[in-house]
Design a protein around this ligand. Structure first.
Ligand SMILES: NC(=O)c1ccc[n+]([C@@H]2O[C@H](COP(=O)([O-])OP(=O)(O)OC[C@H]3O[C@@H](n4cnc5c(N)ncnc54)[C@H](OP(=O)(O)O)[C@@H]3O)[C@@H](O)[C@H]2O)c1
Length: 495
C-alpha cells in the first residue's frame, strides 16, 4: 500500500510482511513509476504487523496515474484495502492513503535486504544517468545557441558596392556607410536628393553635429545594438541625427513651415546636404540668436541633459547638482540647464577644461585629476553621470540621503553590452538602496526640443562648439569624437 506523507514523500507498506518485503515493493514501485529518491531502510516505519519504507518522488500524482496502468495496480479486490490506514495515520499524523497495491506484496522467496538495496541503487543510478544526459543535452543546446548568437551578432559582413544613381535623378552628397567598422567605412557619396511628400518638409542642411551615438552606429558596438541596427551590415546606411538648415520646399499639407524658414531638428541621415522631415516630426524654428552650427549642436546632447536633470533628476531651485563629464557635449548643456533651473552646480572635468566649465556657469569645478568627487565631503541632491568611471556604490556615496543618481552612460570597453552593463547594474542595485538610480534613454521629443529652443532664445543656454569640420571631413570628426576628449560639441558645417 502506498500512503502520501505530504508533499512528494510517500510510504510504501507491505501489510503483514517485513522490511525486506516493503523494500522490494519500493523497488518495484520505483521500476514502475521511474523515480525514487529515498528508498532506504533508514526511513522505515514499523507498525504492529507491517513495515513501511518511505519513498520520495516528484510529481507522484502524475506517476500514480501511470502506476494504475501498471502491474502494481491492486484495485478494490485487495483483501487489505484500508486496513493499516488507521494505524499509520495516527503515528504519522499526516498520512493519506493513496492506493492499495496487493500484488506488490512478495509472497515467495525474497532477496536479501543488501541485494535489494543494491538493486535499488542500480535503478537509482540509471535514473540519475538519464537525468544527467537530459541536463547535458539542454546545456549543450543553450551553449550552441549562445555561441551562434555571439557569432551572428559580432560578424562583420563586407561593405557592399554603392548603388548607381538612376539617370535623370537629382543627386546630393551624403555620408554613407555600408558595413560596420572604424571611421574608414564612412564614404561621401552622391545619392538621390529626397523629394518631400504632402506632409513633409525639405531642409537644405547648413550644419549638423555628431554624437557618440553616431560612433556606436558606425562601429556596430556594443554588439547587442545590432539586434536593431542590423546584423552583419547596418540596416540604415545613412549616418547622423542632429541638423540645422533652411526649408527649401514643403508638401502641400504643411502648415507650420514655409520655404526660407530657418529650422533645426533631428532626423536619421542628417549628415547630408538635404533631409526631409515630417511636419509633425522633430523640427522646430531656429532661435534667431543662434548660428546654424549652434542650433545643430542642440538636439541629442541637449535633450539628454534636459531629460536627465528635469525628468529623471527632478531638480529643484537650490538643489546641489553634480555633473560628471561637464565639459563634453551633454555636460556643457547640463551645466547651463541646471543653472537655468536654479541649482547650485558642480562640474567635474580634467584640468584643461576647468575654466571652460566655470565659464558656462558652474559654481564649483572639480578637477578629476586632483580630486575624486566620490571621496569628498560634499553631498549632492542630484548627480548626472555622463561618464560612469566610478562604481555605482562609490558614486552614490556622494549623494544626500534619498538623492538621485542619473545614469546617462557607462564604460564602453565591454564590446557586447558597452554602457548597458552599468544600466543593468543600476537596475539590479536600485531596489536595495535608499537613493534613486534612474537610467536615461533619451527620447527625441518635439516639446522638449521647443523648450530647448526657448532656453537658447532667452540666452539661458548657449551651445558650446569645440571643432568644426566640413562634410567630407566627417570621418575625421567622428575619429576626434571617439577620443572622448571633445570640449562641447563637434559640428559639421555645410556652408
Ligand atoms: N543614455 C542616453 O540616451 C545617452 C544620450 C546621449 C549620450 N549618452 C552618452 O553620454 C556620454 C556623454 O556624451 P557626450 O556627448 O557628452 O560625450 P563626449 O562629448 O564625447 O564627452 C567627452 C567629455 O567627457 C569628458 N570626460 C572623459 N573622461 C572623464 C572623466 N573621467 N571625468 C569627467 N569627465 C570626463 C571629457 O572631458 P576631459 O577631456 O576633461 O576628460 C570630454 O569633455 C557618452 O558616453 C554618450 O554615449 C547617452
Amino acid at each position: 500500500m502506498v500512503f502520501r506523507l505530504g508533499g512528494d514523500e510517500f510510504l510504501v507498506i507491505c501489510p503483514q510482511t517485513d522490511l525486506a518485503g516493503s523494500l522490494l515493493v519500493a523497488e518495484r514501485l520505483h521500476q514502475a513509476i521511474g523515480a525514487l529518491k529515498v528508498p532506504t531502510g533508514d526511513s522505515h516505519w514499523r507498525g504492529s504487523t507491517s513495515i513501511g519504507v518511505a519513498v520520495r518522488t516528484p510529481d507522484m500524482a502524475h506517476r500514480m496515474r501511470r502506476l494504475h496502468r501498471s502491474r502494481f495496480q491492486c484495485s478494490s479486490r485487495s483483501r487489505k484495502v484500508g486496513s493499516p490506514a488507521p494505524m499509520l495515520a495516527a503515528p504519522l499524523g499526516r498520512a493519506e492513503l493513496v492506493g492499495p497495491y496487493r500484488d506488490s506484496c512478495p509472497q515467495g522467496d525474497r532477496p536479501s535486504q543488501g541485494a535489494l538495496r543494491r538493486r535499488i541503487i542500480r535503478a537509482q543510478s540509471s535514473v540519475m544517468r538519464l537525468r544527467n544526459r537530459i541536463l547535458t543535452g539542454v546545456l549543450a543546446l543553450a551553449a550552441f545557441a549562445a555561441v551562434s548568437m555571439a557569432f551572428v551578432l559580432s560578424h562583420d559582413s563586407p561593405c557592399a558596392a554603392p548603388d548607381s544613381l538612376p539617370a535623370g535623378t537629382q543627386g546630393m552628397r551624403a555620408i554613407v556607410y555600408r558595413c560596420y567598422g572604424s571611421a574608414d567605412v564612412l564614404e561621401l557619396e552622391v545619392i538621390a536628393k529626397p523629394i518631400p511628400t504632402d506632409n513633409e518638409v525639405l531642409v537644405k542642411v547648413r550644419a549638423a553635429s555628431v554624437n557618440p551615438l553616431d560612433w556606436h552606429y558606425m562601429s556596430g558596438t556594443p554588439y547587442i545594438m545590432r539586434l536593431s541596427s542590423g546584423l552583419g551590415t547596418p540596416a540604415q546606411t545613412r549616418l547622423g541625427v542632429d541638423f540645422a538648415g533652411i526649408v527649401e520646399a514643403v508638401g502641400q499639407d504643411v502648415q507650420r513651415f514655409g520655404p526660407g524658414d530657418a529650422v533645426f531638428g533631428a532626423r536619421n541621415g542628417a549628415l547630408a546636404e538635404y533631409v526631409v522631415v515630417r511636419e509633425d516630426g522633430l523640427l522646430v524654428h531656429k532661435p534667431p540668436n543662434a548660428s546654424f552650427e549652434q542650433a545643430a549642436a542642440i538636439p541629442v546632447a541637449a535633450l539628454t541633459a534636459l531629460q536627465g536633470l528635469r525628468d529623471k533628476g527632478r531638480i529643484q531651485p537650490g538643489d546641489k547638482v553634480l555633473i560628471n563629464g561637464a565639459s563634453g557635449g551633454v555636460g556643457t548643456f547640463a551645466v547651463q540647464i541646471a543653472k537655468a533651473f536654479g541649482a547650485e552646480v558642480t562640474g567635474v572635468s580634467s584640468t584643461r577644461n576647468v575654466e571652460l566649465v566655470r565659464s558656462i556657469g558652474a559654481d564649483h569645478v572639480i578637477d578629476y585629476t586632483q580630486q575624486n568627487f566620490t571621496e569628498g565631503a560634499e553631498r549632492y541632491d542630484v548627480i548626472l553621470d555622463n561618464v560612469g568611471n566610478h562604481s555605482l556604490l562609490d558614486t552614490r556615496r556622494a549623494l544626500q540621503p534619498g538623492g538621485i543618481l542619473v545614469v546617462v552612460s557607462g564604460p564602453k570597453h565591454n564590446q557586447w553590452l558597452g554602457p548597458m552593463t552599468r544600466v543593468m547594474k543600476a537596475t539590479l542595485l536600485a531596489p536595495f538602496v535608499s537613493e534613486e538610480l534612474p537610467r536615461l534613454f533619451t527620447a527625441l521629443n518635439l516639446d522638449d526640443l521647443q523648450t530647448l529652443g526657448e532656453l537658447v532664445r532667452e540666452g539661458q543656454v548657449t551651445p558650446v562648439i569645440d571643432r568644426q569640420f566640413a562634410l567630407d571631413e566627417v570621418p575625421e570628426a567622428i575619429r576626434y569624437l571617439g577620443t572622448g576628449r571633445a570640449r562641447g560639441k563637434v559640428v559639421i558645417s555645410l556652408e
